[in-house]
Design a protein around this ligand. Structure first.
Ligand code: ZN
Length: 66
């Protein structure tokens, strides 16, 4: 099965029996990302978490108002 990476347009060949190939066949909407792009995006996400730009908790000040 030949797949194209949505990010870098690299064509890769997947083993038809591999889990990812099966998943792509079952859900055509599911887009494929090559290993390289996957790692790049994962690294970028970790960087963003490290810089503290992600806020998991929001403090609400407007609750004091009537
Ligand atoms: Zn790629």
């Amino acid at each position: 099965m030949r797949v194209k990476c949505v990010i870098c347009d690299k064509i890769e060949t997947l083993d038809d029996e591999s889990l990812i190939a099966k998943r792509l066949r079952n859900r055509p909407i599911h887009t494929y990302m090559c290993q390289e792009c996957n790692e790049r995006i994962a690294a970028r996400t970790h960087e963003r978490i490290a810089t503290g730009n992600f806020r998991f908790y929001r403090t609400r000040h407007d609750q004091d108002e009537w």
